[in-house]
Design a protein around this ligand. Structure first.
Ligand SMILES: N[C@@H](CCC(=O)N[C@@H](CS)C(=O)NCC(=O)O)C(=O)O
Length: 231
């Protein structure tokens, strides 16, 4: 029997974060695909927030991708995806917090907004976030290395990547491309695309364009869309 069970959805970037960690650490896992448009009744028992991802590991049932990934890091320490040094560990958490509280909400707000003025505001906000990532993340923190924290992949890389795989939706529906000056970010993206955990979880651009159409025309009725509208 697999060590870990994950309730997941192919379209979900948060679930992809966790599946990539499971794959990178070569943890045996069973994935249960949840149809987010038609969640089974029993899912409410499994997932207190009604969301994927959730993992079951022995007695422990854990939700929230950031918390799950730190749990996996603690229980399955090899290969390490977080630095041992307390200062760098804090930096890792700061970037993941930035992803969760600033970067990903701006992504959804831009996609959900129907008003052109609001779209402009969120496009600018996301543009600033991308420049911040380029300068504070890649140029200052990473230096000349490939990944966010240096020459080894970490939870930061795996926490951001899924939204860049889905960038095609922002490009197609809202005309936002990655800024020309984000050369390090673009190079990182190319390296990430070669990573086995990315390749094993990747979906096609058509798949995302179809699924995110509901966000772009504001028809999405799931919990996440509702929360992001209020954000
Ligand atoms: N903060 C959560 C977010 C998870 C989340 O928003 N999952 C979405 C799919 S991407 C979900 O399951 N939404 C349920 C719904 O929309 O009804 C995490 O980091 O795990």
């Amino acid at each position: 029997m697999a060590q870990v069970k994950i309730y997941s959805a192919k379209v979900c970037p948060y679930a992809q974060r966790v599946r990539m960690v499971l794959l990178t650490k070569e943890i045996e896992f069973e994935s249960i695909e949840i149809d987010l448009h038609n969640k089974p009744d029993w899912f409410a028992e499994v997932s207190p927030y009604g969301k994927v991802p959730v993992i079951q590991h022995g007695e422990n049932r854990i939700w929230e991708s950031g918390i799950i990934n730190e749990y996996l890091e603690e229980v399955f320490p090899d290969p390490p995806l977080m630095p041992q040094n307390p200062g760098l560990k804090a930096i890792t958490r700061i970037w993941i917090d930035f992803a969760n509280t600033k970067f990903t909400p701006a992504f959804y707000k831009l996609l959900l907004s129907q008003d052109t003025q609001q779209q402009k505001t969120w496009r600018n906000e996301l543009h600033q976030h991308l420049l911040f990532i380029e300068n504070e993340g890649f140029r200052k923190l990473s230096g000349t290395d490939s990944y966010w924290l240096g020459d080894a992949i970490s939870l930061i890389d795996l926490s951001f990547y899924p939204w860049f795989e889905r960038w095609i939706a922002l490009e197609h529906y809202r005309g936002l491309t990655l800024p020309a000056e984000c050369t390090r970010l673009k190079a990182w993206l190319e390296i990430m695309r070669q990573h086995p955990a990315v390749q094993a979880t990747a979906q096609s651009p058509e798949f995302y364009l179809q699924d995110y159409a509901q966000y772009a025309n504001n028809q999405a009725s799931g919990t996440t869309a509702e929360e992001m509208r209020r954000y």
